[in-house]
Ligand binder design. Structure first.
Ligand code: SF4
Ligand code: SF4
Length: 336
């Protein structure tokens, strides 16, 4: 199995690193295989998936397919959280509580068509974006935490054997972060990097506090001889709908850069096709992660393929269009 460490490390140092975020709670297996294949073929350095063996297997299926045909293989990263985090939730409601004459606003806002009349929410399709939560006039949609417990990290990582792990963390959770790193390291899987995903928590903290928290995590990772990637979440979950949201991650990067611990600083959260246009001369983040935007571009083709009872990788016309869309999003970063 080819895992191009040097090329990916070089990308981090040159600022051309690109990661696809499949979604920390996305369990739509058919779509995950296709998404991984498309973005791996397009040339991303890393693909970040949910901590779920079925998801990892689906991702590997897409990655193996691309490696066989194109000789490319990005790192596979698994996302876990050291505490409650919106990335690890799913929505839930009992469809029997819905009045027959409800205009079903919940269905209209769902980006993955996870909500279907009469059936409630398809758990595999829901990735916890939260858009439906506030739309219900009866307020019956609730969120459920799906995150793995820290004592489950070791066995999952040992079985999944990823190249990298990402820990979603938040200020005040240093002890849980340390326990997470310890559990991950005890799995004895040699990791290229441990990414640390953190932001200003919707402005509930300031930049100095974020810096202090990242330095504490830096010391922890050093103790465990692990190399970081600092994932700066410019916007919280699903903050990437409007064009203007692309600048939030850059603004966070500008503020944290002079006071951040050593290691690559990668943009995320609200990133979209406009993000690169907000970079000024001299701006040098280590790279970018695309989540909702990357998935949204491909989603109509995934649905069309599924309607044909096919995977996107088996539908030539759909594959070509999907690959073109993926390349258009990531090439400006790969060619910086
Ligand atoms: S709108 Fe978001 S949170 Fe609600 S069901 Fe769809 S994917 Fe899940
Ligand atoms: S908006 Fe609320 S009541 Fe209406 S269909 Fe959705 S969950 Fe049911």
């Amino acid at each position: 199995m080819k895992k191009p460490t040097i090329a990916n490390e070089l990308a981090l140092s040159k600022g051309t690193w690109v990661k696809l975020i499949c979604g920390a709670s996305n369990q739509d297996l058919a779509s995950i295989s296709d998404l991984c294949a498309i973005y791996a073929a397009a040339g991303v350095n890393c693909i970040d998936v949910a901590a779920d063996i079925a998801v990892v297997n689906a991702a590997e299926k897409g990655l193996n397919w691309v490696e066989t045909r194109f000789g490319k293989r990005p790192w596979l990263m698994i996302s876990v959280s050291d505490g409650k985090d919106v990335h690890f939730r799913k929505a839930h409601f009992n469809p029997e509580s819905c009045p027959a004459d409800c205009p079903r606003p919940c269905e209209k806002v769902c980006p993955t068509n996870a909500i279907n009349q009469g059936d409630g929410i398809n758990k595999n399709l829901c990735y916890g974006c939260g858009r439906c939560l506030t739309t219900c006039p009866l307020g019956i949609i609730e969120e459920k935490d799906q995150s793995l417990k820290i004592n489950e990290f070791g066995s999952l990582i040992a079985e999944a054997n990823p190249d990298a792990v990402e820990i979603h963390t938040a200020p005040g959770r240093l002890q849980a972060f340390e326990e997470s790193v310890k559990a991950i390291v005890q799995s004895n899987v040699p990791l290229k990097r441990i990414a640390v995903s953190c932001g200003l928590q919707n402005h509930s903290i300031n930049i100095e506090i974020l810096s202090k928290e990242l330095w504490q995590r830096h010391e922890c990772l050093c103790r465990y001889k692990q190399k970081p990637i600092w994932q700066l979440d410019g916007r919280p979950m699903s903050g990437d709908l409007g064009k203007g949201t692309g600048k939030f991650a850059i603004s966070l990067w500008q503020k944290i850069r002079p006071i951040a611990p050593p290691g690559p600083l990668q943009l995320a959260g609200g990133t979209n096709s406009e993000t690169i246009n907000y970079l000024s001369r001299g701006h040098s983040p280590s790279g970018v992660a695309f989540g909702g935007m990357a998935r949204k571009l491909i989603q109509p083709l995934l649905l069309e393929a599924q309607a044909k009872n096919m995977n996107l990788i088996d539908w030539n016309e759909g594959w070509d269009t999907a690959l073109e869309r993926a390349q258009k999003l990531i090439n400006p970063w790969l060619q910086r």
